[in-house]
Design a protein around this ligand. Structure first.
Ligand SMILES: Cc1cc2nc3c(=O)[nH]c(=O)nc-3n(C[C@H](O)[C@H](O)[C@H](O)COP(=O)(O)OP(=O)(O)OC[C@H]3O[C@@H](n4cnc5c(N)ncnc54)[C@H](O)[C@@H]3O)c2cc1C
Length: 573
């Protein structure tokens, strides 16, 4: 097996991974930093796909306290409040860094201040954006800076296992597959930043980029660490529903469209959201998604089984000007966003759960840091639109600062546990030893089980059914083979690895959803429709023990504000 050495290994090149690399390099340019990524650096992951924008309290009248309260209220009081406070207080610094040091240029008001638009579930218009294609601006500028510096790259290298030191006291490195050849590579590193970005691609309709298959979360589980809040999967209400023969089905049209006054209509053309929430279409994503699901279950659908979205009652020039990218995207699949109806469906978008971490990115395993969508605790039960890219860039930068400092203090290449490396290679190679079969029926059964039984509305019976199917799918994956004649860019092999990870993380979602017997944020139990008492809130923790998923819960620490109180009032006093 090829063996490489680096001081800091960063897994993933989204907002979290690229910021971690740049900050670590700024702290100490002599460090050997390597970014390993499943795709091409700057061309993959979800940060690039960010449409709407970035939440940050900048304007007069807004404040970090207000951003904090919106985030905690939106998160159903499950958030780790210290992480939220870090998010809202660091975000203004990070947005200035993006503009003043890294070269991003966001949309402006006529007076030259940064334009901030409305996003659902927020009490202030605080979403910074570059038209409706904000992520491309951010990732292009970050990638240019990484290319310009002495930062190593392992592109098309897929991480498959975190490897501890022989005595298990710290991280020693990572096993990867060089996807271009199919060879295994062990990268020994003094510290590792996990930034592979979650991605709920186990649902029939989903938004994240195709390279995301919860690899980081699966690696964390197999390494014995815990994940929190895994039952909290966010569905974005406006996924395009353009039939089964286009990959654009499931991809989203952005939330700012609802913020700007777009309406949702049932199959008969009736507006339904005002019946579900006084904020109507501007209610949070969970509420809107459930209302749509309800309409769909009652058969009030369009031709493809979804509902309709329309902007035709608004000024057409405004829609064309403000949402150029969305108008084009709809046109690509035959919909007219300006004056017609667009068929939409709730689509799995984001995982609020993930590995537990401290504000500086440290995890329970010394030397392993994490940031971005692989982590849990920032968003609690529900993420506000615009807080995702703020999360990945704020905590990516902080993890970069901390990992560089950690390597200076504790830095040593540790001898890896050879058993861990052998086990990782044996695990990934197993389908290559069996006669080739088809993965398609397994993928399709996974999509169905997660959408029907572990999706927007759940109950004990559906979750039990879903868990049974997932256990069966895991067994079927262990029995199916993959042709091994050519391992270079062997996409079927990588699909098998993707499915193995997705099934494991789906089991974690189902187990956490079964354990949480109340409804909170994105988690809706038809058999327990009420939230439990907020001031005794607990969050779920899952861990892998042998092949079983163990679930327990921990009390939420209200370190800054208790339910019923407000930081905004405190700040004003
Ligand atoms: C369509 C869309 C629109 C969005 N719009 C918004 C928005 O308007 N505002 C907002 O705040 N948020 C938005 N989000 C969410 C936002 O993109 C994420 O919250 C955030 O940017 C994720 O950053 P990340 O760095 O954690 O992960 P990503 O940017 O997804 O990066 C993950 C990286 O890890 C790599 N990777 C994955 N697996 C492996 C592996 N095994 N080995 C090595 N590398 C690996 C990937 O290739 C990728 O480079 C949107 C998401 C989508 C999908």
């Amino acid at each position: 097996m090829r063996r490489l050495q680096t001081d800091i290994l960063i897994l993933g090149s989204g907002g979290a991974g690229l910021f971690a690399a740049l900050h670590a390099h700024t702290i100490d340019p002599t460090l050997r930093i390597t970014v390993a990524v499943k795709g091409l650096l700057g061309k993959c992951g979800c940060t690039r796909m960010v449409q709407g924008g970035y939440n940050v309290a900048l304007a007069p009248g807004d404040s970090p306290e207000r951003h904090f309260m919106d985030t905690v209220e939106g998160g159903g009081w499950l958030n780790n409040q210290d992480l939220v406070w870090t998010l809202v207080t660091e975000a203004p610094r990070r947005i200035r860094e993006l503009e003043n040091e890294l070269g991003c240029f966001f949309d402006r008001n006529p007076d030259g201040t940064i334009h901030q638009k409305a996003f659902a579930g927020q009490t202030f218009d605080r979403t910074v954006h570059k038209g409706d294609l904000t992520g491309i601006e951010i990732v292009n500028r970050l990638a240019e800076q990484v290319w310009a510096r002495n930062i190593g790259r392992l592109e098309e290298h897929r991480a498959i296992a975190l490897v501890k030191s022989g005595r298990g006291e710290a991280i020693a490195g990572v096993v990867l597959i060089d996807m271009r050849t199919g060879d295994f590579v062990f990268v020994q590193a003094k510290a590792v930043v996990l930034a592979t970005g979650g991605g709920p691609t186990m649902y029939r309709y989903h938004t994240p980029s195709g390279d995301k298959s919860c690899d980081g979360m699966a690696m964390v589980l197999r390494a014995g660490l815990s994940l929190r809040d895994m039952e909290m999967v966010q569905f974005h209400p406006t996924g395009l529903l353009a039939g089964i023969d286009t990959r654009l089905t499931g991809t989203i049209i952005e939330e700012g469209l609802r913020g700007a006054g777009g309406h949702l209509l049932d199959g008969a053309g009736e507006r339904f959201m005002p019946r579900y929430d006084k904020r109507a279409e501007r209610a949070t994503r969970d509420i809107v998604s459930r209302a749509m699901f309800d309409q769909m279950r009652n058969g009030k659908t369009g031709p493809n089984g979804g509902v309709f979205f329309t902007m035709r009652h608004l000024d057409p020039a405004l829609v064309r000007r403000e949402f150029k990218g969305m108008v084009e995207r709809c046109r690509d699949v035959g919909f007219d966003l300006v004056s017609g109806l667009v068929e939409v469906v709730p689509t799995a978008h984001y995982m609020m759960g993930g590995v537990e971490f401290a504000p500086d990115g440290a995890t329970a395993l010394p030397g392993l840091f994490a940031a971005g969508e692989d982590t849990g605790g920032v968003h609690g039960a529900n993420r506000l639109g615009g807080n995702g890219v703020a999360n990945s860039t704020v905590f990516g930068g902080l993890a970069g600062d901390a990992v560089a400092a950690w390597v200076k203090e504790n830095g040593a290449w540790r001898e890896p546990d050879v058993g861990d490396i052998d086990a990782a290679v044996a695990f990934a190679s197993q389908p290559l030893q069996r006669p080739a079969g088809s993965l398609e029926p397994i993928r399709s059964a996974l999509y169905d089980a997660m959408w029907e039984d572990v999706g927007i509305v759940r109950d004990a019976a559906s979750l039990a059914r879903g868990a049974d199917v997932l256990a069966d799918l895991d067994r079927r994956l262990d029995a199916v083979g993959v042709a091994a004649d050519d391992l270079a860019f062997n996409l079927t092999w990588h699909d098998w690895l993707n499915l193995k990870n997705l099934v494991l993380v789906s089991r974690a979602i189902a187990a956490a959803a079964t354990a949480r017997e109340d409804s909170r944020g994105a988690h809706w139990r038809a058999d327990f429709p009420q939230p439990s008492a907020l001031d005794t809130s607990r969050y779920t923790q899952v861990r892998l023990r042998g092949s079983a998923i163990d679930v327990c819960s921990q009390p939420v620490a209200f370190t800054r504000v208790r339910p019923g109180e407000s930081l905004i009032r405190d700040a004003a006093e």
